[in-house]
Design a protein around this ligand. Structure first.
Ligand code: 1CP
Length: 341
Protein backbone atom coordinates (compact mmCIF):
# COMPACT_ATOMS: atom_id res chain seq x y z
CA UNK A 1 0.00 0.00 0.00
CA UNK A 2 1.16 3.49 -0.81
CA UNK A 3 1.01 6.27 1.83
CA UNK A 4 -2.03 8.33 0.79
CA UNK A 5 -0.29 11.60 1.62
CA UNK A 6 2.58 10.82 -0.71
CA UNK A 7 0.97 9.54 -3.90
CA UNK A 8 0.46 12.36 -6.45
CA UNK A 9 -2.55 10.54 -7.90
CA UNK A 10 -4.36 10.34 -4.55
CA UNK A 11 -3.44 13.94 -3.67
CA UNK A 12 -4.85 15.20 -6.98
CA UNK A 13 -8.07 13.17 -6.52
CA UNK A 14 -8.47 15.07 -3.22
CA UNK A 15 -7.66 18.39 -4.92
CA UNK A 16 -4.57 18.76 -2.80
CA UNK A 17 -1.31 20.16 -4.17
CA UNK A 18 0.88 17.49 -5.68
CA UNK A 19 4.58 17.54 -6.74
CA UNK A 20 3.52 16.92 -10.35
CA UNK A 21 0.33 16.40 -12.35
CA UNK A 22 -0.37 12.66 -12.03
CA UNK A 23 -1.16 10.63 -15.12
CA UNK A 24 -2.47 7.17 -15.97
CA UNK A 25 -4.22 5.81 -19.05
CA UNK A 26 -7.53 4.01 -19.31
CA UNK A 27 -6.85 0.60 -20.93
CA UNK A 28 -3.15 1.06 -20.23
CA UNK A 29 -2.80 -2.72 -20.10
CA UNK A 30 -3.52 -4.34 -23.42
CA UNK A 31 -2.71 -4.83 -27.03
CA UNK A 32 -0.61 -1.69 -27.48
CA UNK A 33 2.08 -3.41 -25.35
CA UNK A 34 4.26 -6.16 -26.89
CA UNK A 35 4.84 -7.58 -23.39
CA UNK A 36 1.03 -7.89 -23.03
CA UNK A 37 0.69 -9.75 -26.32
CA UNK A 38 3.52 -12.04 -25.21
CA UNK A 39 1.89 -12.96 -21.87
CA UNK A 40 -1.86 -12.70 -22.47
CA UNK A 41 -2.34 -15.84 -24.62
CA UNK A 42 -5.53 -16.39 -26.64
CA UNK A 43 -9.01 -17.13 -25.33
CA UNK A 44 -11.46 -15.10 -23.31
CA UNK A 45 -10.21 -12.42 -20.96
CA UNK A 46 -12.46 -14.06 -18.36
CA UNK A 47 -10.13 -17.08 -18.31
CA UNK A 48 -7.10 -14.81 -17.90
CA UNK A 49 -8.81 -13.06 -14.99
CA UNK A 50 -9.06 -16.38 -13.15
CA UNK A 51 -5.24 -16.39 -12.80
CA UNK A 52 -4.14 -13.91 -10.10
CA UNK A 53 -0.44 -14.11 -10.99
CA UNK A 54 -1.17 -13.32 -14.64
CA UNK A 55 -3.53 -10.50 -13.62
CA UNK A 56 -0.86 -9.04 -11.35
CA UNK A 57 1.71 -9.19 -14.16
CA UNK A 58 -0.63 -7.60 -16.77
CA UNK A 59 -1.55 -4.86 -14.26
CA UNK A 60 2.12 -4.13 -13.51
CA UNK A 61 3.34 -4.06 -17.13
CA UNK A 62 2.10 -0.54 -17.97
CA UNK A 63 3.37 0.81 -14.64
CA UNK A 64 6.87 -0.41 -15.48
CA UNK A 65 6.72 0.65 -19.11
CA UNK A 66 5.12 4.08 -18.83
CA UNK A 67 5.93 5.19 -15.30
CA UNK A 68 2.27 6.10 -14.69
CA UNK A 69 1.06 7.30 -11.27
CA UNK A 70 -1.62 4.64 -10.82
CA UNK A 71 -2.29 1.04 -11.77
CA UNK A 72 -5.73 -0.21 -12.78
CA UNK A 73 -6.68 -3.77 -12.02
CA UNK A 74 -6.67 -5.99 -15.11
CA UNK A 75 -10.28 -7.14 -15.14
CA UNK A 76 -13.50 -6.31 -16.96
CA UNK A 77 -16.84 -4.69 -16.19
CA UNK A 78 -18.74 -7.92 -16.88
CA UNK A 79 -16.80 -10.02 -14.33
CA UNK A 80 -19.48 -9.80 -11.56
CA UNK A 81 -22.43 -10.67 -13.86
CA UNK A 82 -20.42 -13.51 -15.38
CA UNK A 83 -19.49 -14.75 -11.88
CA UNK A 84 -23.13 -15.00 -10.76
CA UNK A 85 -23.86 -17.10 -13.83
CA UNK A 86 -25.80 -14.74 -16.10
CA UNK A 87 -24.15 -16.34 -19.14
CA UNK A 88 -21.72 -13.68 -20.37
CA UNK A 89 -18.50 -14.25 -22.24
CA UNK A 90 -15.99 -11.77 -23.63
CA UNK A 91 -15.18 -12.63 -27.21
CA UNK A 92 -11.73 -11.50 -28.39
CA UNK A 93 -12.13 -8.77 -30.99
CA UNK A 94 -15.81 -8.17 -30.11
CA UNK A 95 -16.29 -7.62 -26.40
CA UNK A 96 -18.97 -8.91 -24.03
CA UNK A 97 -21.53 -11.28 -25.56
CA UNK A 98 -24.61 -12.57 -23.71
CA UNK A 99 -26.03 -15.89 -24.89
CA UNK A 100 -29.55 -15.21 -23.62
CA UNK A 101 -30.03 -11.45 -23.31
CA UNK A 102 -32.21 -9.82 -20.65
CA UNK A 103 -35.62 -9.31 -22.26
CA UNK A 104 -38.33 -9.15 -19.58
CA UNK A 105 -39.03 -9.13 -15.87
CA UNK A 106 -38.72 -12.94 -15.76
CA UNK A 107 -34.99 -12.46 -16.44
CA UNK A 108 -34.61 -10.71 -13.07
CA UNK A 109 -34.61 -14.21 -11.57
CA UNK A 110 -31.28 -14.85 -13.29
CA UNK A 111 -29.59 -12.19 -11.12
CA UNK A 112 -28.49 -12.71 -7.53
CA UNK A 113 -26.23 -10.84 -5.09
CA UNK A 114 -22.46 -11.19 -5.45
CA UNK A 115 -20.44 -12.75 -2.63
CA UNK A 116 -16.99 -11.52 -3.73
CA UNK A 117 -14.96 -13.90 -1.55
CA UNK A 118 -16.86 -16.94 -2.91
CA UNK A 119 -17.84 -15.82 -6.42
CA UNK A 120 -14.66 -13.95 -7.41
CA UNK A 121 -11.90 -15.11 -5.03
CA UNK A 122 -9.38 -14.75 -7.89
CA UNK A 123 -10.12 -11.00 -8.12
CA UNK A 124 -9.68 -10.52 -4.36
CA UNK A 125 -6.43 -12.51 -4.48
CA UNK A 126 -5.05 -10.50 -7.42
CA UNK A 127 -5.82 -7.21 -5.65
CA UNK A 128 -4.09 -8.46 -2.47
CA UNK A 129 -0.97 -9.46 -4.39
CA UNK A 130 -0.88 -6.16 -6.24
CA UNK A 131 -1.40 -4.05 -3.14
CA UNK A 132 1.69 -5.59 -1.60
CA UNK A 133 3.84 -5.25 -4.74
CA UNK A 134 2.89 -1.90 -6.22
CA UNK A 135 4.72 1.38 -5.69
CA UNK A 136 1.72 3.38 -6.95
CA UNK A 137 -1.96 3.20 -5.90
CA UNK A 138 -4.16 0.52 -7.41
CA UNK A 139 -7.50 1.60 -8.89
CA UNK A 140 -10.32 -0.91 -8.49
CA UNK A 141 -13.29 -0.57 -10.82
CA UNK A 142 -16.76 -1.69 -11.75
CA UNK A 143 -19.21 -1.10 -14.58
CA UNK A 144 -22.07 1.26 -13.79
CA UNK A 145 -25.61 -0.15 -13.95
CA UNK A 146 -26.65 1.55 -17.21
CA UNK A 147 -23.57 0.40 -19.13
CA UNK A 148 -23.70 -3.17 -17.82
CA UNK A 149 -27.50 -3.26 -18.41
CA UNK A 150 -26.86 -2.30 -22.03
CA UNK A 151 -24.67 -5.38 -22.57
CA UNK A 152 -27.20 -7.65 -20.85
CA UNK A 153 -30.16 -6.28 -22.81
CA UNK A 154 -28.53 -5.79 -26.22
CA UNK A 155 -26.65 -9.09 -25.95
CA UNK A 156 -23.37 -7.44 -26.93
CA UNK A 157 -21.79 -4.15 -27.96
CA UNK A 158 -24.35 -1.73 -29.41
CA UNK A 159 -24.20 1.66 -31.09
CA UNK A 160 -27.80 2.73 -30.50
CA UNK A 161 -28.59 1.04 -27.15
CA UNK A 162 -32.13 0.89 -28.62
CA UNK A 163 -33.53 -2.08 -26.70
CA UNK A 164 -32.09 -0.71 -23.48
CA UNK A 165 -33.75 2.67 -23.98
CA UNK A 166 -37.00 1.00 -25.00
CA UNK A 167 -37.04 -1.09 -21.81
CA UNK A 168 -36.21 1.82 -19.52
CA UNK A 169 -39.19 3.77 -20.86
CA UNK A 170 -41.65 0.94 -21.43
CA UNK A 171 -41.15 -1.03 -18.20
CA UNK A 172 -39.93 1.27 -15.44
CA UNK A 173 -40.45 -1.25 -12.64
CA UNK A 174 -38.37 -3.90 -14.43
CA UNK A 175 -35.76 -1.24 -15.26
CA UNK A 176 -35.41 -0.16 -11.63
CA UNK A 177 -35.23 -3.73 -10.39
CA UNK A 178 -32.50 -4.49 -12.95
CA UNK A 179 -30.54 -1.33 -12.14
CA UNK A 180 -30.83 -1.96 -8.41
CA UNK A 181 -29.49 -5.49 -8.79
CA UNK A 182 -26.59 -4.24 -10.95
CA UNK A 183 -25.85 -1.44 -8.45
CA UNK A 184 -25.64 -4.03 -5.67
CA UNK A 185 -23.18 -6.07 -7.77
CA UNK A 186 -21.02 -3.00 -8.44
CA UNK A 187 -21.07 -2.00 -4.78
CA UNK A 188 -20.18 -5.47 -3.49
CA UNK A 189 -17.39 -5.79 -6.03
CA UNK A 190 -15.92 -2.33 -5.38
CA UNK A 191 -16.09 -2.73 -1.60
CA UNK A 192 -14.28 -6.06 -1.79
CA UNK A 193 -11.56 -4.58 -4.02
CA UNK A 194 -10.98 -1.76 -1.52
CA UNK A 195 -10.95 -4.20 1.41
CA UNK A 196 -8.25 -6.16 -0.44
CA UNK A 197 -6.10 -3.06 -0.98
CA UNK A 198 -7.37 -0.92 -3.89
CA UNK A 199 -6.76 2.74 -2.97
CA UNK A 200 -9.22 4.38 -5.38
CA UNK A 201 -12.21 3.22 -7.42
CA UNK A 202 -13.56 4.12 -10.84
CA UNK A 203 -17.14 3.54 -11.91
CA UNK A 204 -17.26 3.15 -15.69
CA UNK A 205 -20.55 4.36 -17.14
CA UNK A 206 -18.95 4.28 -20.55
CA UNK A 207 -22.15 4.47 -22.61
CA UNK A 208 -24.17 6.93 -20.46
CA UNK A 209 -23.48 9.60 -23.09
CA UNK A 210 -26.08 7.87 -25.28
CA UNK A 211 -28.79 9.28 -22.98
CA UNK A 212 -30.43 12.70 -22.87
CA UNK A 213 -29.78 14.68 -19.70
CA UNK A 214 -33.44 14.26 -18.66
CA UNK A 215 -33.38 10.47 -19.07
CA UNK A 216 -30.02 10.24 -17.33
CA UNK A 217 -31.27 12.35 -14.41
CA UNK A 218 -34.53 10.43 -13.99
CA UNK A 219 -33.64 6.88 -14.97
CA UNK A 220 -29.96 6.41 -14.09
CA UNK A 221 -28.61 9.01 -11.67
CA UNK A 222 -30.46 7.79 -8.53
CA UNK A 223 -28.83 4.33 -8.58
CA UNK A 224 -25.44 5.80 -9.41
CA UNK A 225 -25.75 8.06 -6.39
CA UNK A 226 -26.57 5.04 -4.26
CA UNK A 227 -23.29 3.42 -5.36
CA UNK A 228 -21.18 6.47 -4.52
CA UNK A 229 -22.98 6.93 -1.18
CA UNK A 230 -22.38 3.27 -0.42
CA UNK A 231 -18.63 3.77 -0.82
CA UNK A 232 -18.33 6.95 1.26
CA UNK A 233 -17.26 5.22 4.49
CA UNK A 234 -14.26 3.59 2.77
CA UNK A 235 -12.53 6.94 2.38
CA UNK A 236 -10.97 6.25 -1.02
CA UNK A 237 -11.33 8.61 -4.00
CA UNK A 238 -14.28 7.72 -6.22
CA UNK A 239 -13.98 8.45 -9.96
CA UNK A 240 -16.96 8.56 -12.33
CA UNK A 241 -16.36 8.22 -16.06
CA UNK A 242 -18.35 8.07 -19.28
CA UNK A 243 -17.88 8.86 -22.98
CA UNK A 244 -19.79 11.60 -24.85
CA UNK A 245 -21.03 13.02 -21.56
CA UNK A 246 -20.59 16.75 -22.28
CA UNK A 247 -24.28 17.38 -21.53
CA UNK A 248 -24.21 15.15 -18.44
CA UNK A 249 -21.11 16.35 -16.60
CA UNK A 250 -23.01 18.41 -14.03
CA UNK A 251 -25.37 15.51 -13.31
CA UNK A 252 -22.51 13.02 -13.07
CA UNK A 253 -20.91 15.31 -10.48
CA UNK A 254 -24.23 15.43 -8.57
CA UNK A 255 -24.14 11.64 -8.29
CA UNK A 256 -21.44 12.09 -5.65
CA UNK A 257 -17.98 11.11 -6.94
CA UNK A 258 -14.77 12.91 -5.94
CA UNK A 259 -13.43 12.98 -9.50
CA UNK A 260 -15.24 13.18 -12.85
CA UNK A 261 -13.59 11.78 -15.97
CA UNK A 262 -14.00 13.77 -19.17
CA UNK A 263 -13.66 12.62 -22.78
CA UNK A 264 -12.03 14.79 -25.49
CA UNK A 265 -15.22 16.46 -26.76
CA UNK A 266 -15.25 19.25 -24.17
CA UNK A 267 -12.14 21.31 -23.27
CA UNK A 268 -11.09 20.39 -19.75
CA UNK A 269 -11.52 23.91 -18.35
CA UNK A 270 -15.08 24.11 -19.72
CA UNK A 271 -15.75 20.60 -18.38
CA UNK A 272 -14.41 21.61 -14.97
CA UNK A 273 -16.80 24.55 -14.75
CA UNK A 274 -19.72 22.22 -15.59
CA UNK A 275 -18.55 19.69 -12.98
CA UNK A 276 -17.85 22.29 -10.30
CA UNK A 277 -14.64 23.49 -8.66
CA UNK A 278 -15.32 21.30 -5.62
CA UNK A 279 -14.48 18.14 -7.63
CA UNK A 280 -11.30 16.93 -9.28
CA UNK A 281 -11.24 16.21 -13.02
CA UNK A 282 -9.59 13.46 -15.03
CA UNK A 283 -8.71 13.64 -18.73
CA UNK A 284 -8.81 14.35 -21.57
CA UNK A 285 -6.43 13.72 -24.48
CA UNK A 286 -8.14 12.18 -27.51
CA UNK A 287 -6.69 8.64 -27.79
CA UNK A 288 -6.69 9.02 -31.59
CA UNK A 289 -4.25 11.95 -31.30
CA UNK A 290 -1.71 9.48 -29.90
CA UNK A 291 -1.48 7.91 -33.38
CA UNK A 292 -0.14 11.21 -34.78
CA UNK A 293 3.55 12.25 -34.76
CA UNK A 294 5.03 13.37 -31.44
CA UNK A 295 4.93 17.13 -32.14
CA UNK A 296 1.12 16.90 -32.53
CA UNK A 297 0.76 14.85 -29.34
CA UNK A 298 2.99 17.32 -27.50
CA UNK A 299 0.94 20.33 -28.63
CA UNK A 300 -2.35 18.70 -27.62
CA UNK A 301 -0.97 17.54 -24.26
CA UNK A 302 0.33 21.03 -23.46
CA UNK A 303 -3.03 22.52 -24.44
CA UNK A 304 -4.79 20.38 -21.84
CA UNK A 305 -2.21 21.18 -19.17
CA UNK A 306 -2.66 24.89 -19.90
CA UNK A 307 -6.44 24.65 -19.75
CA UNK A 308 -6.22 22.92 -16.38
CA UNK A 309 -3.87 25.74 -15.44
CA UNK A 310 -1.93 23.88 -12.75
CA UNK A 311 -4.93 23.94 -10.41
CA UNK A 312 -4.80 21.15 -7.80
CA UNK A 313 -7.23 18.41 -8.77
CA UNK A 314 -6.24 17.49 -12.32
CA UNK A 315 -5.45 13.86 -13.10
CA UNK A 316 -4.14 13.62 -16.65
CA UNK A 317 -5.58 10.77 -18.72
CA UNK A 318 -6.89 10.00 -22.18
CA UNK A 319 -10.51 10.81 -22.98
CA UNK A 320 -11.11 7.04 -23.39
CA UNK A 321 -8.99 3.89 -23.63
CA UNK A 322 -5.60 3.47 -25.33
CA UNK A 323 -6.13 2.37 -28.94
CA UNK A 324 -4.39 -0.92 -29.84
CA UNK A 325 -2.30 0.71 -32.62
CA UNK A 326 -0.73 3.25 -30.26
CA UNK A 327 3.07 3.30 -30.16
CA UNK A 328 3.97 2.76 -26.47
CA UNK A 329 6.91 5.18 -26.91
CA UNK A 330 4.40 8.01 -27.48
CA UNK A 331 2.65 7.28 -24.17
CA UNK A 332 6.02 7.13 -22.39
CA UNK A 333 6.74 10.62 -23.70
CA UNK A 334 3.31 11.88 -22.64
CA UNK A 335 4.03 10.74 -19.07
CA UNK A 336 7.42 12.45 -19.11
CA UNK A 337 5.94 15.66 -20.48
CA UNK A 338 3.08 15.75 -17.95
CA UNK A 339 5.47 15.04 -15.07
CA UNK A 340 7.89 17.77 -16.09
CA UNK A 341 5.34 20.43 -17.06
O1 1CP B 1 -9.57 -10.28 -24.20
C1 1CP B 1 -9.01 -9.21 -24.45
O2 1CP B 1 -7.80 -8.99 -24.21
C2 1CP B 1 -9.87 -8.25 -25.19
C3 1CP B 1 -9.78 -6.81 -24.86
C4 1CP B 1 -10.23 -6.42 -23.46
C5 1CP B 1 -9.40 -5.98 -22.43
C6 1CP B 1 -7.89 -5.82 -22.46
C7 1CP B 1 -11.56 -6.43 -22.95
C8 1CP B 1 -12.77 -6.90 -23.64
N1 1CP B 1 -11.53 -5.97 -21.66
C9 1CP B 1 -10.23 -5.67 -21.30
C10 1CP B 1 -9.75 -5.22 -19.99
C11 1CP B 1 -10.45 -4.10 -19.36
N2 1CP B 1 -11.77 -3.79 -19.54
C12 1CP B 1 -9.91 -3.22 -18.38
C13 1CP B 1 -8.53 -3.32 -17.75
C14 1CP B 1 -7.39 -2.89 -18.58
C15 1CP B 1 -6.91 -1.48 -18.41
O3 1CP B 1 -7.72 -0.55 -18.29
O4 1CP B 1 -5.69 -1.27 -18.39
C16 1CP B 1 -10.91 -2.32 -18.05
C17 1CP B 1 -10.81 -1.14 -17.12
C18 1CP B 1 -12.08 -2.70 -18.77
C19 1CP B 1 -13.38 -2.07 -18.59
C20 1CP B 1 -14.38 -2.19 -19.67
N3 1CP B 1 -14.79 -3.30 -20.35
C21 1CP B 1 -15.20 -1.12 -20.08
C22 1CP B 1 -15.14 0.24 -19.48
C23 1CP B 1 -14.01 1.00 -20.08
C24 1CP B 1 -14.26 1.50 -21.47
O5 1CP B 1 -13.53 1.10 -22.36
O6 1CP B 1 -15.18 2.30 -21.61
C25 1CP B 1 -16.07 -1.58 -21.07
C26 1CP B 1 -17.12 -0.79 -21.81
C27 1CP B 1 -15.80 -2.96 -21.24
C28 1CP B 1 -16.49 -3.89 -22.14
C29 1CP B 1 -15.50 -4.50 -23.05
N4 1CP B 1 -14.67 -5.52 -22.67
C30 1CP B 1 -13.84 -5.86 -23.71
C31 1CP B 1 -14.17 -5.01 -24.81
C32 1CP B 1 -13.50 -5.05 -26.15
C33 1CP B 1 -15.19 -4.15 -24.37
C34 1CP B 1 -15.83 -3.02 -25.17
C35 1CP B 1 -16.78 -3.54 -26.22
C36 1CP B 1 -17.70 -2.45 -26.75
O7 1CP B 1 -17.24 -1.64 -27.56
O8 1CP B 1 -18.87 -2.41 -26.31
Amino acid sequence: MVAPDEAPFLLACRRRPSPHVPVWFMRQAGRALPEYRARRGSGSILEAIHQPELVAELTLQPVRRYGVDAAILFSDIVVPVAAIGFGVDVVPGTGPVVTEPFRSKEDLGRLRPLEPEEDTPYVVEAVRQLASELSVPLIGFAGAPFTVASYLIEGGPSRSHARTKALMHAEPSTWWALLDALADLALASLRSQVRAGAQAVQLFDSWAGALSAVDYAELVLPVTRRIFDGLADLDVPRIHFGVGTGELLGLMAEAGPDVVGVDWRVPIDVAWSRIGEDKAVQGNLDPAVCLAPWDVVETETRKILNQAGGRPGHVFNLGHGVLPDTDPAILERVVELVHNA
